[in-house]
Design a protein around this ligand. Structure first.
Ligand SMILES: Nc1nc2c(ncn2[C@@H]2O[C@H](COP(=O)(O)OP(=O)(O)OP(=O)(O)O)[C@@H](O)[C@H]2O)c(=O)[nH]1
Ligand code: SF4
Ligand SMILES: [Mg+2]
Length: 453
């Protein structure tokens, strides 16, 4: 999975969304025309909590209701441009922050959902893309003026099972009707009256509201690999240092995995694939688990004793970020591929490809060999996922280290709805190299899904 290496010098995960100031190296906030900020996940100088690990909170509503004013009040900064001209915010504006006691969050300010004209339609489409990565939706309403737009937003979020809250902004200009509040209460939709022009009070009220509807999954810290072994066990991490590896550092999934193992009192050894066999020979007993970059799977499988569990970083992240069972089942779809079929390869971040790129060169090569005939590959990067995936026989997703879980789950759900199998890089590689059962060995449920797929 040395594709991850490039992420640390790649652009952010969305070509449209921009990360506002908050981490050194990120651009100051703004709207409309500023270019993408460089993505700086943790483990890099200047990086905080990786974006993908933050609770994503979207601000939605009609133009001019005060979405950007609310963001500025909450963040105590002029993160987004505010004006009384409708349609000030064009592209989504992202602002990472530490929101105590909630923790690391990412606010996403959006363009008005009632925008007009051809450009307006494009801005609405960008706003709607943000739905896919929203953990909590804030529907902003001005002076209690509720319309079909707010009703449609609420319906959409309810259908997607995204917790949503209503913020009645501009309370200084007029309150929401008691009957409306009653109706929201009946539907168990939390709401609050605020005025963004009184930022201190506004900040407190919004924070209380958010805490009330925090998703359970956000409260629980999921293990990456520490739950697969026991305290004191030795785990070997195989990290190829090739052309794709970033200079002078490890990459985000490797750093996160090491930290997770240390948190679980596990001994970690990090080696390159060439040194693996020798390193294992030096141990008194085989390691409990070997975790490899998927691209070195074949050599690592050959050098790892059968008594040791084996998997890849990419498979671990499929479990953390997505739904391992869906991906394992989706890997079966590789058996149904025929020459001439279309395959969609999706990467969560944008980056420059180099010679032997995993998504563009290696996976297509291994899959073509497995199928025994030419396949047609389409590639997408960032937040753009096609509405119509019916032309595809299979979707293969990267490890999504820059996505939050909801974003990836939304894509999995889209594939399920269209009855298109979806798997991930690690599993597609393991499958096409003939070692998927071994790579899924540490996950009996996923292995069953694969076998019954
Ligand atoms: N009176 C009053 N005015 C407010 C309040 N919040 C925002 N405004 C004003 O409402 C106007 C629109 O605010 P914005 O924050 O730009 O609204 P927006 O929803 O981001 O608008 P778009 O980006 O155009 O979609 C500005 O003139 C703000 O100063 C409030 O609580 N009370
Ligand atoms: S987001 Fe995907 S393509 Fe980008 S570095 Fe992470 S796993 Fe690799
Ligand atoms: Mg705005």
């Amino acid at each position: 999975m040395s594709c991850h290496g490039k992420s640390l010098t790649r652009e952010g995960s969305s070509s449209a969304a921009r990360v506002a100031s908050g981490t050194p190296g990120a651009e100051p906030g703004g709207t409309g025309s500023t270019p993408s900020a460089e993505h700086k996940p943790s483990g890099t100088p200047g990086g905080g909590t990786p974006k993908g690990m933050r609770l994503h909170i979207g601000l939605f509503g009609r133009r001019n209701v005060g979405k950007s004013s609310l963001l500025n009040a909450i963040t105590r900064q002029q993160t987004a441009i505010v004006s009384d001209t409708a349609g000030t915010t064009t592209d989504p504006v992202e602002k990472p922050m530490e929101m105590l006691p909630i923790g690391p969050v990412l606010f996403i300010d959006t363009a008005g959902i009632d925008d007009v004209g051809a450009l307006g339609a494009q801005r609405i489409a960008k706003t709607r893309q943000v739905f896919d990565r929203t953990d909590i939706a804030i529907i902003v309403v001005a002076a209690g003026e509720w319309s079909n737009f707010e009703e449609a937003l609420l319906d959409d979020f309810t259908r997607r099972q995204i917790p949503s809250v209503v913020v009645f902004n501009k309370a200084d200009l007029g309150p929401a009707a008691p009957s409306l509040k009653q109706s929201l209460q009946t539907r168990q939709v939390r709401h609050v009256d605020v005025s963004a022009i009184q930022p201190e009070a506004c900040r407190h009220r919004v924070r209380e509201l958010l805490i009330e509807c925090l998703p359970e999954s956000f409260m629980q810290q999921e293990a990456i690999a520490g739950d697969l072994v026991n305290p004191g066990d030795v785990v070997m991490l195989v990290v190829p240092i090739d052309l794709e590896a970033p200079k002078g550092r490890l990459i985000l999934p490797q750093v996160q995995t090491i930290r997770d193992l240390l948190d679980h009192d596990v001994c970690c050894m990090v080696v390159k694939e060439r040194e693996l066999r020798e390193a294992i020979n030096r141990l008194r007993e085989p390691p409990a688990l070997v975790i490899t970059d998927s691209q070195a799977f074949l050599k690592v499988a050959a050098d790892t004793p059968d008594t040791a569990k084996l998997t890849s970083f990419s498979i671990l992240f499929a479990r953390l970020k997505g739904d391992l069972n869906s991906f394992a089942k989706g890997a079966r779809g590789i058996d149904n591929l025929r020459a001439g079929d279309r395959v969609l390869v999706a990467e969560a971040c944008t980056h420059h490809q180099i010679g032997d790129d995993i998504g563009r060169v290696k996976i297509p090569r291994w899959l073509t060999q497995y199928v025994g005939g030419a396949l047609h590959f389409d590639h997408i990067q960032g937040c753009d996922f096609p509405d119509d995936i019916s032309p595809y026989r299979l979707v293969i997703h990267c490890g999504s280290c820059t996505f939050n879980r909801r974003n990836l789950l939304s894509r999995i759900e889209k594939c399920h709805a269209a009855d298109i199998p979806i798997t991930n890089y690690g599993m597609a590689i393991a499958k096409s190299l003939g070692i998927i059962e071994r790579a899924l060995g540490p996950f009996p449920g996923a292995l069953d899904s694969y076998r019954n797929g």
